[in-house]
Design a binder for this molecule. Sequence first.
Ligand code: HEM
Length: 398
Amino acid sequence: MKDSTPPTGHWLDSRLPFLRPFCQHMARFPMPPVNLLWTIGACLMVAFGLMFVSGLFLSLHYQPDLSLAFDSVEAIERRVPSGWLIRSIHTGGVSLLFAALYIHVGRGLWYGSYKAPREIVWLSGLFLMLLFMTTAFAGYVLPWGQMSYWGATVITHAVEAIPGIGHGLLVYLLGEDTLGGVALHRFFILHFTLGFIIAAIVGLHILCLHGTGSSNPTLDSPHPDRTTRPFAPFYVTKDCLAVCVFLAIFTVLIFFLPGLLSKLDNIIPANPLKTPADITPEWYLAPWFAMLRAIPSRLGGLIAAASSLLVLFLLPWLDRSPRHNATYRPLVRLGMGFFFIAFITLILAGMHGATPLWVWLSRGAMLVWFLTFLVLLPLVAYRERQAAGNAPTQGETP
Ligand code: HEM
């Protein structure tokens, strides 16, 4: 009698029928001719994977208790086998992840990746960025060093500036009116849980991208290239190469320069009675800290920092031009150039003390930020839409 059992290769097919179509879709996904900046997404996924796994191992030894937190981190560094390496991957990885994240967002801004039909890819990405910022902030509190304590105190107390409900909200969030054991425990749970939520939203981000397809840096050029190639093997190889370079930089950072990006103040246990000379956040949160400080009113600073993110969410509707690529939009190219300089200025300002020079530079940079997105882009888009009414556009058809 003929055996009706499928061959071993098809064993999974009959049990997980979606697996093969999924793999075929991933392999055949048509990719336009994109440049190296389109490999950063893959690097981000690898960086997030490393953070997630190293974080799980760290949580096996970390103690979210006021009297034990600092010592448990010390124990991870000194006594847990390879603990120093796992912690170095986790703390070094965060800087590299944010560097890649900001390049990824910068790529999107320059090439107009936020435009139709990729609005949801953009919005899910921004949501991911907010989650990463929150996760990094919560994670930084956990070692309970001086900078953990004082940084978190300054940022959480910014909530108090909200009229009427500020203080009540702070007490509700921290569980008491100063940063203490309850808050530390909450920060740990938040930090741990957000990792899983981020993983789910990364999935959604990629799913949305696969619905619309990747955009193309040659759009708007005099010779747009509309050829596509399958993701495997062409872009798999390209992404793998980029990931190898990314991991090489990562390795140099964690093995040879482990203290490069960490603050010495944070290897001193938290002391609520002794304020450090300068309370500054890690570089990746510095732009928003600089904004909080640049405005004399606490509420004003809070509104400015929140609005700077809000304008990014509104971008697909602020720039409704049929053109995408800043390379071919001279005024947008100039605006984006100034915006990138303003962003770096805010990073530097947030990492330095609040001297008049840095405060004024932050104000200038904020002005550039808001002018670029709220004035320049809508005006240029309006002009380009008018021009497109007369001439055929080379833009993408959604
Ligand atoms: C950990 C966080 C993130 C991961 C893992 C991730 C992953 C990816 C991957 C793998 C791609 C496809 C390859 C590429 O275009 O580079 C992609 C595309 C994209 N991402 Fe992200 N991303 C993240 C965060 C963000 C953020 C913060 C934004 C924007 C605010 C964003 C916006 C986009 C856009 C608009 C595209 C489509 C680009 C195009 O085709 O022009 N992503 N992302």
